[in-house]
Design a protein around this ligand. Sequence first.
Ligand SMILES: NC(=O)c1ccc[n+]([C@@H]2O[C@H](COP(=O)([O-])OP(=O)(O)OC[C@H]3O[C@@H](n4cnc5c(N)ncnc54)[C@H](O)[C@@H]3O)[C@@H](O)[C@H]2O)c1
Length: 679
Amino acid sequence: MSQINKIGVIGAGNMGSGIAQKMAQEGVNVVMVDIKEEFVKRGLETIKGLLQEGVERKIFKPEQVEATLARITGTTDFAAVADADLVVEAVFEDKKVKADLFQSLDKICSDKTILATNTSSFYVREFAEQTSRPDRFVGLHYFFHPAKNRLLEVIPHADTSNDTLEKSLLVAKLHGKTAIVVKDAPGFAVNRFFVPFLNEAARMLEENVANIATIEEAAKQAFKIGMGPFELMNVTGIPIAVHASTTLGNELGPFYATADILKVQMDKNELWNLEGDVDESRIAAVVDRFYGVCFGVAAALVDEGVASIEDTDRGAKIGLRWIMGPFEIMNKIGVARTHAAVEAITQKYPDFKMPEILAKQNALGRPFDFKFVDLEIKDEIATITLNRPEAMNALNETVVAQLDERFTEAENHPAVKAIIFQGAGKAFVAGADIKYFIDKIKTDQISDIVEFTRRGHELFLKIENSTKLTIALLDGLALGGGSELAMTCQAIVATPAGSMGFTETGIGIFPGLGGMLRTARMVGPDLAKYYMFTGATITAQDAHALGIVAKLVAPSDVEAAIQELVSEGKPEKYRKREIPEKFKPFSVACNRENVSRLFSGEVPQGVPEDLAARISKFIGFKAPIALKISNEIIDQQVGKSMEEAVEIELGRLNDIFSTADALEGLSSVGRRRPEFKGA
Ligand SMILES: NC(=O)c1ccc[n+]([C@@H]2O[C@H](COP(=O)([O-])OP(=O)(O)OC[C@H]3O[C@@H](n4cnc5c(N)ncnc54)[C@H](O)[C@@H]3O)[C@@H](O)[C@H]2O)c1
């Protein structure tokens, strides 16, 4: 796969400047083009302003802002994108403007350049047809604000080549986007159900089902969102809702057509007045109507193959920041209730038919199943993707069970030589679902945690001992269980964005899936203790220096690195290795004598003073029992077989999960610093 070195963005308005900003923030060189110097300047000023805000809110350091800005070139010269690998168009939502632009870009740009449109309401194919390169044409639909909202709908039209789709997904990854692949259909995935949600709110108002305040309240309760549809329209603009619903209505029929009251409000050029009393007696009816419309449409778009149920949920959660996706809510309220609500909608709007998947699921009488782990086999390589980016691919019972199924399938496939494990979105795997542990502790079911962990260990041993070459692709953050999954693989290929860390002792537990064991086998027990006790990040560069990562490459060289590993054969994972000088003080700080010192609140000896002080400070924030048990486990595991060592870990789970500190640590995640009592 060729490198992505340069990207062009056409249009320096709200979207174009945001897209350029995000690309540059993530290290991609970008050229931003607009028709007039003043528009380019305005776009650059907007970017500067937002980055400066980021400095004030301590999200960026001033030098990061400088480096980001240095990656953006603003110009009115279209020839500047001639050699770009990809050009994204974000100009006015006007068919003729866009069509003319693509005709001229097609002439200007080199053969390799992929052209992309960020249109919200036209078909991607309509613009692809304007060019001589429909195979190198794709839709990339961003969400406002593109530097902040992680969702990206990637829309291949019928003639988009596989190579173009793959490169588009790589570009998405390069600039930190979570991509969902969506068919070239009206409203794509998210706007297809989101716009009817706004429109239905207006219709309910028009029909006097309830007043604005009641409809707002019902929407907030139904979808657990902070802003109802009217407030959202006030923020994003009523004309956008009118424009989007008009397009849907024209393409898909009267059910989607714009409510008259919406057009009237747009013509009045006034915002919605949100004041008023909530009429509790009307809430249930409004909620049902919202559910009927949104879920009916969500099911319809899946029926039509526009997106999968998982991607539809992802679109809602990442793009719209809903807490749950439509299908998750359907499961929660029950498929029968969903079916009844949609049935009512089909009666009200005769052109809207009951989606088949909903009818089928209702007949089955059980919730929808979600697929969180995907398997793709291409040539001799099987790729297993943990696909739950909305939860940073965290492991839970379902994910581990599906991982096991996909791995078994890949392993049993005779043509497969190597099995790659990767995470969707920006992270590899950020640990395990904390809520699962909390629920089990609170309901006195720690034995379930032990069983879950045992199954995890069994799977990890199968991955480690596989007859195929198992490779983790560490191109993002790995924490806890994610680091353990990566280290279980026979080899790790990392990009500079990859990192690992064992944060467990900071939340009252210990790494339970062989993290201590495998780190100790690779780099020795003392250095392993340093990483377990401090939770220090192991960057991809450090992991490479330590021989934990086999190959460290740029994102576009990953495929080549994998091929190289396959041709080299299985690496000797637990070979004896030289620890580079840089890491030796960390090992010394956590040798047997120093661990005793650290545990009794003293500073370690034989290491530079500032390091000793830093380690003592870090360890002071950790749960004492978790530290003590980790220390014992690492010592006891030395010289044992893998299976025996695993049993040692499993044997201490009950001890750790029954401590008050475990509950305190787990409950504090993402909220506050835990207060450990050593009990
Ligand atoms: N705003 C959103 O929330 C949103 C979300 C997703 C997609 N989109 C789509 O993104 C696109 C841009 O929207 P926006 O909100 O940024 O609009 P905008 O009006 O803020 O910016 C458009 C920019 O394009 C420039 N422009 C117009 N014609 C041009 C041409 N021929 N060559 C170069 N530059 C040209 C304009 O000067 C302007 O700076 C639209 O297609 C819109 O549908 C918008």
